[in-house]
Design a protein around this ligand. Structure first.
Ligand code: SF4
Length: 485
């Protein structure tokens, strides 16, 4: 996927002026947490269910290397071909190689965030293999050439009029309609034709079970099941953190994921594949490839301060809870992952020096941490990135350098009363020369952002110490000493 994180501020500004996005975001931030709450309360003991889910994610990540080996061994024993891909280039080359060796000219694809991360569609298309997304939201975003708005519902915000127009242009419908049922039916029939002659399908993986070598997908449309059962060749692409120890763990995480994604107790379809089709089975692919993508995750695993990012199950609950996401939506994040989970994952995938707008656009309110079913402490990770950015002089932005210098000077001044009084005396006339009616409303040297939503009171003519001195009152320390005696 084309990365546009450098456009964060301008896209955010545009989205805040977009009335349609604002109305939709308001609805999402009010409705989604309620649906999640209803879903979670359907557990007999919601707190225990959540704690169990968090424990599974913690164990899965702490035991990641051995679980991956176990998964590979068991998946291979059931006939799957497992391929390790160190980075996006290796993953894309493997998929293209599989397609080319089989003379495949088009593939269909289920919703998969890791394939967006590595830019698989663009790579296949530019090498002569056409790609058809099959999840309704992904079909719409692909046809509109637009980034996902939300990690769970990529086209949640697109109005029926726009969908109708693009479907008409792409031949999905013959007559314009804004009826959602007719639009849904039309895209279903359009997709059926692709599935009918399909030789190769690609899916992501929601969970990979180490003890059985099974891959699990959850969905609501049935398109992933079609992708898995229609073609001769199936390629499942997963990032390394998708592995869980046991089937019981996986089933619990499916329950947690469904409730946190959409508020459902269980999604409409849950499909499990352990190896390709067996000789006595009717459906399923004749060959199953599982590509396990690292793409920077081993680095995250090694980095103990941010390792917990890998616990994420891509439920999207943190996006719906985040006050920043609720104002700007998914487009400004400029990459496959948006909202708080994007703010913690993208810096490790794209580099801290390229993503500072992302981790600085956070109030540290902790709503994401509170709601996260995987138990991730987003604010601590965001603070860690800020600290690393300040420490790393090579990659410091101008504002980070200013902040660093300001903090160093303040700390120096605060360490001695003499220096502090001197600093106050020096700074006061400079500050106050900018004041109007007792308030400073703007300042030169890059402080515009700070003043765009608040004013600063002018500094008083006298400090508290100066007033106190003038009152000529007894020193409180002397009074206290006297009382003790
Ligand atoms: S960080 Fe937590 S809440 Fe956000 S998508 Fe991942 S698991 Fe869900």
């Amino acid at each position: 996927m084309h990365n546009r994180v450098d456009k964060f501020k301008e896209t955010a500004r545009a989205e805040m002026k977009n009335e349609l996005s604002q109305a939709f975001l308001l609805m999402l931030s009010l409705g989604a947490p309620i649906m999640r709450q209803i879903g979670m309360s359907s557990f007999p003991d919601p707190a225990a269910a959540e704690a169990y889910g968090r424990a599974i994610r913690t164990e899965s990540i702490e035991r990641l290397p051995e679980l991956l080996e176990e998964f590979k061994k068991n998946a291979q024993a059931k006939g799957a071909k497992v391929i390790w891909a160190r980075d996006s280039a290796e993953a894309k080359a493997s998929v293209l190689d599989i397609a080319k060796k089989r003379g495949i000219n088009y593939i269909t694809k289920g919703k998969s965030m890791v394939t967006e991360e590595i830019g698989l569609n663009e790579h296949l298309i530019s090498n002569g293999v056409d790609v058809f997304e099959t999840d309704l939201g992904e079909v719409i975003t692909q046809m509109l050439s637009r980034a996902p708005f939300h990690i769970v519902g990529p086209a949640l915000n697109v109005p029926p009029e726009e969908i109708s127009a693009v479907f008409l242009k792409r031949g999905v419908i013959k007559q314009p309609t804004v009826n959602p049922v007719e639009l849904g039916k039309a895209v279903r029939e359009y997709m059926r034709e692709k599935f009918r002659y399909l030789d190769m399908g690609i899916v992501g993986v929601n969970m990979a079970v180490a003890e059985t070598g099974t891959i699990i997908n959850v969905e609501n449309e049935g398109n992933i099941r079609m992708n898995k059962s229609s073609p001769r060749t199936l390629v499942a692409i997963m990032s390394i953190e998708k592995v869980v120890p046991t089937m019981a763990d996986a089933l619990h995480m499916v329950r947690i994921l469904s409730r946190n994604c959409t508020g459902q107790k269980l999604t409409g379809y849950v499909s499990m594949d352990t190896g390709p089709k067996k000789s006595d089975e009717m459906d399923g692919p004749e060959e199953l490839f599982i590509i396990i993508v690292d793409n920077g995750r081993s680095e995250i695993y090694r980095d103990i301060k941010v390792r917990e990012i890998l616990k994420c199950i891509r439920c999207g609950a943190c996006l719906n809870a985040c006050p920043i996401y609720a104002k700007i939506g998914g487009y400004p994040y400029g990459f496959s992952y948006s909202g708080p989970m994007g703010q913690i994952l993208n810096p490790m995938l794209l580099g801290i020096e390229h993503t500072s707008d992302l981790f600085r656009a956070c109030t540290l309110c902790g709503a994401c941490k509170k709601i996260c079913p995987a138990g991730i402490d987003h604010p601590s990770i965001i603070l860690e990135y800020r600290a690393r950015q300040i420490k790393d002089r090579k990659h410091q932005t101008l504002s980070a350098r200013f902040e660093n210098n300001l903090a160093t000077c303040s700390s120096l001044a605060m360490s001695s009363s003499m220096l502090w009084n001197l600093a106050v005396k020096t700074v006061r006339p400079l500050f106050n020369s900018l004041a109007e009616d007792g308030y400073i409303r703007d300042m030169p040297f890059g402080a515009k952002g700070w003043f765009s939503c608040r004013n600063l009171r002018a500094m008083p003519d006298k400090t508290f110490h100066e007033i106190w001195k003038k009152l000529n009152l007894p020193n409180p320390d002397d009074v206290r000493k006297k009382e003790t005696l």
